[in-house]
Ligand binder design. Sequence first.
Ligand code: SF4
Length: 381
Amino acid sequence: MTRRNPTREVHVGSVALGAGHPVAVQSMCATRTQDVDASVAQAEAIRRAGGALVRLAVDSPRDVDGLVEVRRQTRANLVVDLQESYRLAERVAPFVDKIRYNPGHLWHHEKERPARDKVAYLVDVAREHDLAIRIGVNCGSVDPEMKARFPEDDVQGMVESALEHCRHMDDLGFDRYVVSLKDSHPRKVIEANRRFAAARPEVPLHLGVTEAGMPPEGIIKTRVAFEQLLSRGIGDTIRVSLTLPNPRKHEEITVGQQILDDIAAGRFRSVPVFDDDTLNIVSCPSCSRVENERFVDLARQVKEMTAYAQSHALTIAVMGCRVNGPGETDDADLGLWCGPTHVNLKRQTETLGAFGYDDILPRLKQELDALIAARAAKPQD
Ligand code: SF4
């Protein structure tokens, strides 16, 4: 078995991460947190599948009420995802084992307040309630000032953002934290995590390829990244993010465990290199924020409809909501993000309009054909 990085131990509920403990497999509910029955059923399905931690998103006081009830009805170790609502931390803290915040979202919220103060608030809450924290950096929402410092480097902004927040924690004397650096491209996940682990080898890492998409491609992308990192001793807990319908969400755990078992047994797959020479469909794993249940189906239809363009080096991103959808589609050639009744279509950062769920596929095809034609017309070097 590969020697693991000498990370420190971080306890989250009944689980110990880092310090040579087995790599923990975790997942996130895609249900609405205020839909208690559905959330409890999914949290329990994830736990029964072997999930060490179950994450839920909280965006509103009603979600907090839902979370309180979910806590009562499940034995799972719970993590709360605070994305836009870091101030809800103190309300959910008594009911969870870890809080995750995104430094990019923290930057946007209460801009006049220094990030360090906001981190100090979260650390106070964590200390008071005996919680761990995850600094969860995400490619699509890196603090824009940090991103602007590295215009030529597509991962260093993520790495520096994580390092900066680690320094905040260190200055506050809080070491019960883990870090994640996620991107939808395995190359960037590998690179960002390698750089971070070289700088801070003692900080436990949560690995994940975000918006990996549907099986089997989503599994392959994740496997590529995890093989490269875990075989170098990097990674203490993993999450596989797949676009799956709710009744199958717990399969993220079985897939994650299978990847770990294969790596431990030396079963490395011969995997395609994601070097951008074919069509790349990126889709988010969905979560409680999905605005229309047709999202998972739409992601599948996009994949089927675009199969004819497989040999073209283009990226199409399909996202489930307005919170992360607009930002996380910026780097795609074509992006779709779902609203309650309409799907928003983008060409890179440019918005092309909002279309009904029944109208979006032909419109997407039209844009895709135009992009392919434009590239064909371009003189070759
Ligand atoms: S894009 Fe929205 S719906 Fe999809 S996982 Fe991210 S927050 Fe959830």
